[in-house]
Design a protein around this ligand. Sequence first.
Ligand SMILES: [Zn+2]
Length: 130
Amino acid sequence: MARSISYITGSQLLALKPRPNIAVIDVRDDERSYDGHIAGSLHYASHSFSDKISNLLQEVKGKDTLVFHCALSQVRGPTCARKFANYLQEIKEDDGIKNILILERGFNGWEASGRPVCRCTDIPCKGECA
Ligand SMILES: [Zn+2]
């Protein structure tokens, strides 16, 4: 059965973020390095997303909710979320992932509504700023 992918708003994400079982996946390309990012988010750039999809699965082991976003969450974010959902379906592993979500309005919407932006250069972001 294909997994459904739904949308989450910035305020819903902000409320969920303190939970340890959520991962935010930023699929922007170079913009991440100069526009800042959501604290604690993982970076899997859309241009190499398919090549690194198995690494992403390893990195989100133990999480049950994944939130994808790009700058606007109109093209790259939904495309990568769909690729990941299809990948999970193909490998048929018990991954424990219950929710695949897309952040509405993406990073730009997040920042425009005044939500915290982290500007660290740590890879991965430790999520302690903001
Ligand atoms: Zn950071």
